[in-house]
Design a protein around this ligand. Sequence first.
Ligand code: ZN
Length: 155
Amino acid sequence: MAKKKDSRQQSLPFERETLRNRVLGEILLSRQREVMAALKPGREAWDTQPGDQAECSAGQTQHDLDAELTAMRCRTLRLINTALSRLQKGDYGECKSCGDEIAEARLRSLPFAIRCKTCEDQREMREERERLAEKRAMKARGSSPLAQMLGLVIP
Ligand SMILES: [Zn+2]
């Protein structure tokens, strides 16, 4: 994959990037410990296979809220693990969508971010639009089959 960093490489000494990665790696590891500790009760499976997605989505649903929280922690953990393995490979901090470098400030507050701010915003906007369109379509299906038939529903 072609890197777009050539022009910036001179102004960004190698040492600085290494330091950044070390700091962010520590943040990631401490987040990983936090999430795994929170996931632990009644989840022995996690001790052996922290990266396993199947274990993650399965079971332990006393309350919906619990399940939701667990699912959220699992997602976070997966993102953290991905970030850590990218850190090892050396392509950490690159935007998944445009390949550009993700701003350090963003990585510090969101160390497992996989997209730069611009791409993430675009993605969120797109998802929001899709959600809205779907909601409108569903509403229309319920209330006005005629409007739906005439194609007045989805913009
Ligand atoms: Zn991007």
